[in-house]
Design a protein around this ligand. Structure first.
Ligand SMILES: Nc1ccn([C@@H]2O[C@H](COP(=O)(O)O)[C@@H](O)[C@H]2O)c(=O)n1
Ligand SMILES: C[C@@]1(CO)OP(=O)(O)OP(=O)(O)OC[C@H]1O
Length: 160
């Protein structure tokens, strides 16, 4: 019987005026962007943490410390490539991913197909193995006040 592992991930970054908004590797036109040591792509970060969590391999901060200048401005898709390699080296592959991005603005729906395509390319998956949903926070809390954007992800790994 195929062995399965499941992991979940979460990340949040602050919205500021002088940064690009990058989610799932896609730059989205908006007057605010996410602040971070890397490109602050919360969706990709949540997915990586879910992949690592499924194998009890720790979290992204362990592999790419925010204190390390090597990761300053890093493209999170490059980090995802490394995490993907790590799970492959351990004998696992991604079965499917599901995720939610919580953002009051902008509307993400027009960009979701491109995010799925980008992530699928990096992970050698079909886009239909990657679920990305968007929701507002109904103006409640930090996401609702547009102070930040967060993302949640669940990943199922299959023994390769
Ligand atoms: N940043 C967002 C937020 C939401 N959407 C889409 O709108 C639908 C309704 O959102 P509610 O938070 O009002 O339930 C949601 O299901 C998404 O399809 C979006 O594209 N971008
Ligand atoms: C991605 C990393 C890379 O240094 O930094 P940040 O972009 O600040 O993101 P965060 O989720 O706060 O921490 C994880 C780090 O690994």
């Amino acid at each position: 019987m195929t062995k399965l592992r499941i992991g979940n991930g979460y990340d949040i970054h602050r919205l500021v005026s002088d940064r690009p908004l990058i989610l799932g590797g896609v730059q989205i036109p908006h007057e605010l962007g996410l602040l971070g040591h890397s490109d602050a792509d919360v969706l990709t970060h949540a997915i990586m943490d879910a992949m690592l969590g499924a194998l009890s391999l720790g979290d992204i901060g362990h592999y790419f410390p925010p204190s390390d200048p090597q990761w300053a401005g890093a493209d999170s898709l490059v980090l995802l490539t490394k995490v993907h390699q790590l799970i492959q080296d351990q004998g696992w592959q991604v079965g499917n991913i599901d995720s939610v991005v919580v953002a009051e603005r902008p509307k993400l729906k027009p960009h979701i197909h491109k995010m799925r395509d980008k992530l699928a390319t990096v992970l050698a998956l079909q886009p239909n193995q990657i679920g990305i949903k968007a929701t507002t926070n109904e103006k409640l809390g930090p996401e609702g006040r547009e102070e930040g954007i967060c993302a949640y992800a669940v990943v199922l790994l299959l023994e390769a």
